[in-house]
Write a protein that binds this ligand. Sequence first.
Ligand code: SRM
Ligand code: SF4
Length: 592
Amino acid sequence: ASATLTSSNGASTNGASSSGASNGVGGWPAAEIPPLSDEVKAIIEERGINFETSGLKYLTNEARLRSLAVAKKNKAEGIKAQKGGHKMWTEVTELAELIRKGETKWEDLDLDDIDVRLKWSGMFHRRKRAPGTFMMRLKVPNGELSSKQLRFLGDQITHLGEKGCADITTRANIQLRGMDLTDSAAIFEGLQSVGLSAVQTGMDNVRNMTGSPIAGIDPHELIDVRQLNYEINDMITNFGKGNEELVNLPRKINIGLSPSRDDFPHTHINDVGLKAVHDPETGEVGFNVELGGYFSVKRNTMSIDGNTFVARDQVVAYCKALLEVFRDYGGREDRQKARLMWLVEDWGADKFREMVGAQMGGVTLRTAVEEKYDDVWERRDVLGVHPQKQEGFSWVGACIPTGRFFADDFYEFAKIADTYGDGTVRLTVEQDILFPFIPNDKVEEMKKEPIFQKYKIDAGNLTRGLVSCTGAQFCGLAVIETKNRAMAVVEKLEQQLDFPKKIRIHWTGCPNSCGQVQVADIGLMGGPAKLNGKATEGVRVFLGGTIGENPVLASQFEKGIACDESVLLPYLRNIMIEKFGATPKPGVLVEA
Ligand code: SRM
Ligand code: SF4
């Protein structure tokens, strides 16, 4: 049984170090800080910006000027230029100390620091729903955690009682809830010591690296993407210590690596999707690149063909150069037009490839290679018991409805992983958990563990396909409550109907679509509705999303459906009967 799990704490090799002297961040050669032009110097002096602590340091003068020009209409650019989010990597400790000593209160802190810049440290202030408390977002590359890491995370919320809980996110990541700023300094140190980190997880940073939950154990994968995901994460975060060179991107950016035809990380909705293919020249496995997939309030788009092939040993350097190109040339004027797609569309895929190649030091990147399959591949359901490529072992997937779990569960998952498996777990973008390397003759015994009464290995056809964003319980942008409602609704529907197969329902509390309604069979997005003439919480309904090979985004089918159970339940029941072949359970009377 093998699990690497060492990279973020600097213990593993970093592919970057092969490319030169490693006196810079992440083991890469030190980047040059472009000398300040007179024009930029004059503006920052006039605005009282300290260049050393600003987020402008590593930008080109052209990007600095564009950022400074829009600081008034694009608040985020102003905040980053004035003081880089990276300043919070140290200030958070100082602030925590001052609060602990009673010398200041969180209420007195700079608004831009507490509500925005702290996200560079992974601390998300929940001002609207739970003022003074924070959600802490980690980085869990490829969704892989060790039992030691699970126990450490459990320790951070166990004393919080009801206030503290955790979520598996739609990027196979962990978020802890109910955190206090004063605790955070010790947690950052602890995270490093167990090989985890929380830096650069929010705002204009790269999000959690996604791959395959069955990487390294999958009989059908072309390549084990875990090591690459660790190396990319190390490059982005400087081994979890923070990377000043990448703190001022124009916008968030998602990167996913898909090693099999299942496309577990949904590369089509990532800004950068690397899909494993065979290199016809060498027979080795490399990656075709897809670019620009994203969701937002204003635009939802699948990625387009990046017409680029990247060999395995080019992947980390490619991602680094791509992020630098995005940093220096990406749109900064309008936040609704700042995601990578807009730059790719502006340049076209070929110019984009050439620009990234140039940033890699003059590399001529190859165009995409063709990989043809004659058969049809259906994306696999990884829950349940499945044979691994290692003979005699299985992985066992358990369903965590909507990804919400609690302190005690961390310890229980760790115990299961240690007792039956190889001491590791895998998280999925569907917010579930897998236990790899279970000896086949231990599976039945493991299935009897009480935790699997709560998080089922054989969950029903609706529960096993349920995904939900955070929603109004904690998220200030939410229009509706999602997770608790999602669980209640599927429980009732499963009591009433039989389903011929799994149905993937995704809930999302607002049009940002963190819950990815566009990839679902049935997507429910928070929106306005009326009930008995009065405004109430409602949903827009999306149908027809497909995932895996040749994916299709779901489109809106109906809007204004009230969330009240008297409306939503019969509505969904009808859809399931009419469009998904559900049938009423014997003895259950279902109104048409
Ligand atoms: Fe998201 C903002 C939660 C995945 C698109 N997202 C937010 C914030 C940070 C807003 C806030 O400050 O409250 C939410 C934090 C709520 C909380 O307390 O948890 C939030 N997003 C989430 C998570 C936790 C949903 C979940 O329950 O799993 C996911 C965390 C992933 C991670 O580990 O990093 C999450 N967010 C996504 C995804 C899905 C994905 O990555 O596949 C999307 C759509 C895909 C995309 O980004 O293209 C997504 N989130 C957004 C957006 C819209 C971005 C845009 O370009 O406009 C926002 C708002 C923004 O950035 O301005 C946002
Ligand atoms: Fe919050 Fe909206 Fe994202 Fe849900 S979709 S977590 S409500 S921002």
